[in-house]
Design a protein around this ligand. Structure first.
Ligand SMILES: Nc1nc2[nH]cnc2c(=O)[nH]1
Length: 513
């Protein structure tokens, strides 16, 4: 097969200019060599790809997902973050290697079919998954054909101990149900992480390891700083869930005497390699710290609505110079892996957050965040744009699809009209991973049988834990609600600029009854 590929007749999205001029693209060895007007010269042996009646846009970058979560989609409604954090592990623990692969592969195939070619995946932690299992999950991304950062979620403090006073708040008969920690030591977790980074078998331009101290409240400072040392030593990236819920932010203020983000900064963790997942409950100083250190935020508006977490101030982040990416979050709280939906949600929450339409996100800003911004955050500087020198990760949208009849403004339509149903082909490195709307490798019928079987098995093996946590749920949620309400007693949070104040949204309704 020729080392050259010439993609002719397509319209290339230029979101910044709200246009889509006809452009031919010459690809050599999977990288973009030249972009030019129709009729661009190409070596005679170049393989021709007909892109006529297609809009071409860069593969989308999912800034925050959980490859461990595909099997959880739709398993609950009316649940907030804290409930998710206790109910999901109870229901989906004890996965076999096959299930871990299946989860990751299902999510990756779904992303590919929906125009996404990079995932920033906060995956099963060590040692919930072994190093070998992590490698197999990395292979799931290779098999699905998309790129990924796989960042194991690390924690050395249990959920229940992460919130001071929680266990003591429970009725005496429930306290024994929390169980004992007895987990692996900080040293062991860091040693495993170091070993995984050393042994990583995959090509790091495609699938690399990152590190995710999952939520600072659930990590000792030693774990956070040890993770940071490894990130710098292995030149990789780090992501942490920060300021996702009001409850978390109030608890952090009590525990650290400052915001969660300020604490992480003071530990020395911020830098261009660092990103925040969610960042709803950040104040101006937090955002300035992120901007000053060149860090990023994955804005996951759909998930934030699904869990009732709040509305991140994406406009302020951009104003201050924070690099913003867009993410779906895991299927537990987004139910699908559709980056077009995530983009649309980001636009729409910026509208309801404030009445001044001049502060609303624009479609070009959102497309930039979902492509270039995500690639920068992931440290994947070889993708994120259709430009000379970048890898040829290209989505072909069918213009004979109703979403595009007619084209008025391609940036607006990508954000507001597209829903992944017009995705016809997807290329990574110039190779088709989706062709004519079908994933080139995945057998969806077989996958659905496997997913059904995995669900049944997990329900059976986790029955006792589901029952145990079910008994705890209500009391834990009482505690969480109480802590969240403290926003009205803690001065800092009384005027907390998270977009959830009286002028902004219905969140004012959580004032104590
Ligand atoms: N939304 C969300 N937040 C988290 N924080 C820690 N784990 C998770 C998760 O699985 N989903």
């Amino acid at each position: 097969m020729s080392e050259y590929l010439i993609i002719r007749g397509g319209r290339l999205l230029d979101a910044a200019n709200r246009s889509a001029p006809f452009r031919d693209i010459l690809v050599k060895d999977g990288a973009i060599l030249e972009i030019g007007a129709p009729g661009l010269a190409a070596p005679p042996e170049a393989q021709l790809v007909d892109a006529s009646r297609h809009l071409l846009h860069p593969g989308l970058v999912n800034g925050h997902t959980h490859g461990s979560g595909a099997l959880t989609r739709g398993f609950r409604d009316r649940f907030n973050l804290e409930l998710l954090l206790i109910a999901t592990p109870a229901r989906f623990a004890n996965q076999t290697l096959e299930m871990k692969y299946l989860n990751t592969y299902l999510g990756a195939v779904e992303m590919a079919m929906k125009g996404c070619t990079v995932a920033y995946d906060l995956t099963f932690g060590l040692p919930v998954a072994s190093i070998e299992e992590l490698e197999v999950m990395g292979q799931a991304y290779r098999d699905a054909g998309i790129r990924a950062v796989m960042a194991p979620m690390l924690a050395d403090i249990s959920f229940y101990r992460g919130f001071p006073g929680l266990i003591e708040s429970l009725p005496a008969h429930l306290q024994p149900l929390v169980g004992t920690d007895g987990g692996p030591s900080t040293e062991r977790i860091l040693a495993l992480m170091a070993e995984a980074l050393q042994k990583w078998p995959h090509d790091r331009d495609h699938v690399k390891l990152g590190i995710a101290p999952t939520i600072p409240l659930h990590c000792t400072d030693e774990l956070m700083q040890g993770s940071d040392r490894l990130v710098r030593e292995y030149d990789t990236v780090m992501q942490s869930h920060i300021g996702e819920s009001k409850m978390q932010s109030v608890a952090a203020l009590e525990r650290y005497g400052k915001t969660m983000l300020a604490h992480v900064d003071d530990l020395g963790l911020l830098g261009p390699h660092f990103s925040v997942a969610h960042g709803i409950w950040l104040d101006d100083d937090d955002m300035r710290r992120l901007a000053d250190k060149g860090a990023s935020i994955s804005h996951n508006a759909g998930s934030n609505m699904r869990l009732g977490s709040g509305i991140a101030d994406s406009r302020r982040m951009l104003q201050l110079g924070v690099n913003v990416a867009i993410g779906t979050d895991g299927a537990t709280s987004s139910d699908n892996q559709n980056m077009y939906e995530a983009m649309r949600a980001a636009a729409q929450v910026s509208y309801v957050r404030q009445p001044d339409h001049r502060l609303w996100l624009t479609a070009p800003e959102i497309v930039d965040a979902a492509t270039r911004g995500g690639a920068q955050m992931a440290g994947f500087h070889h993708v994120g744009a259709i430009e000379v020198g970048k890898r040829a990760d290209i989505v072909f949208l069918a213009l004979d699809h109703p979403n595009w009849m007619p084209i008025n403004d391609p940036a607006n339509q990508l954000v507001f009209a597209e829903d992944a149903t017009a995705v016809r082909h997807v290329m990574v490195d110039g190779d088709f991973i989706v062709r004519d709307g079908r994933h080139v490798k995945a057998d969806l019928a077989a996958l659905s049988v496997q997913a059904e079987a995995a669900r049944d098995t997990l329900l059976e093996v986790n029955a006792a834990d589901i029952e145990r946590v079910g008994k705890l749920e209500e009391a834990v949620m009482d505690f969480c609600r109480g802590l969240s309400m403290q926003s009205y007693r803690v001065e800092r949070y009384a005027a907390f600029p998270c977009g959830c104040g009286p002028a902004a949204s219905g969140f004012v309704a959580d004032a104590p009854a």
